[in-house]
Design a protein around this ligand. Structure first.
Ligand code: BT5
Length: 251
């Protein structure tokens, strides 16, 4: 079944816009924020033609095979770093709810199922004269994208591949947003950071990130990754893509 405005209206009790196709739900959400969207409003799309990842990368969202949505939020600035954590925790809960057993968060906010990426999060803050006027939390979840034969097949996975049954994207959307609200209500407490940290598969892995190689031994409360290199020096990564090293490659 495809998602529609009518089907979503039955389960969502928040302001939302459903569009069959957009360039990027983050861009539509930004425009809605500028036009006065209320906190918690969400843009949901059936497909994205120019879905975006971090650092200008692209995000693949073919029609009716994924969740692609962007929440509009206005948290106090101090809590902005926790939005990624809230999003990652919500998707983690969603994957578990679907029946996936082997779910983990790869720092900073990829959701891995059976070691492959099932979801990504792109949070963008909108600033006006040095103040944040809101943030857009974009979440993409692969539900039944067929990656076979594509370059992504090695690293990406869809939830239906894992649970081997048909999933209802309207129900998934409703559950994901309700878990988002659950964690977002706790954003001012230490719980969000603690629970996000507890689900990070990256901790204690030997990784390479940018020019640094070492053991990712912890994260800061703002979400930065702490890496200890072979000389005992500690490095901090704010963003990036950790690559897990085998012992061989470290030496
Ligand atoms: C992300 O970026 O993982 C953030 C993705 C956020 C997507 C959502 S969808 C709703 C909202 N609207 C948007 O326009 N974006 C957000 P990053 O960590 O940079 O990962 C991007 C990389 O993941 C790409 O370079 C590909 O290698 C890979 N990739 C692209 N599409 C994928 C997919 N559907 N599943 C798994 N991997 C994918």
């Amino acid at each position: 079944m495809t998602i529609s405005q009518t089907l979503l209206e039955r389960v969502l009790s928040r302001p939302f816009k459903y569009l069959d196709q957009v360039n990027s739900t983050n861009d539509t959400a930004k425009a809605w924020l500028a036009a006065g969207a209320p906190e918690g409003a969400v843009v949901i799309a059936g497909a994205q033609t120019r879905g975006r990842g971090r650092h200008g990368r692209s995000w693949h969202t073919p029609p009716d095979a994924a969740l692609a949505l962007s929440l509009i939020l206005k948290p106090p600035e101090a809590f902005l770093p926790r939005l990624n954590m809230v999003a990652a925790l919500s998707v983690y809960d969603l994957a578990r709810k679907c029946g996936c057993k082997n779910v983990a968060i790869k720092w900073p906010n990829d959701i891995l199922v059976d070691g492959k990426k099932a979801s990504g999060v792109l949070t963008e803050t909108v600033w006006e004269g040095g103040d944040s006027v809101g943030a857009i939390v974009g979440i993409g979840v692969n539900v039944r994208i067929d990656f076979e034969g594509s370059a992504l097949s090695v690293t990406a996975i869809s939830l239906e591949d894992v649970v081997e049954r048909r999933l209802d994207r309207v129900q998934l959307t409703e559950f994901l947003l309700s878990r988002f609200d659950y964690w977002y209500r706790r954003i001012a407490t230490p719980t969000v950071f603690r629970e996000w940290r507890a689900r990070l598969v990256t901790l204690n892995q030997t990784i390479a990130i940018d020019e640094v190689k070492g053991v990712a031994f912890d994260v800061t409360a703002e979400g930065a990754l702490l890496i200890r290199d072979a000389n005992g020096r500690v490095h901090q990564a704010q963003a990036g893509d950790p690559v897990v090293m085998t012992e061989e490659r470290v030496r």
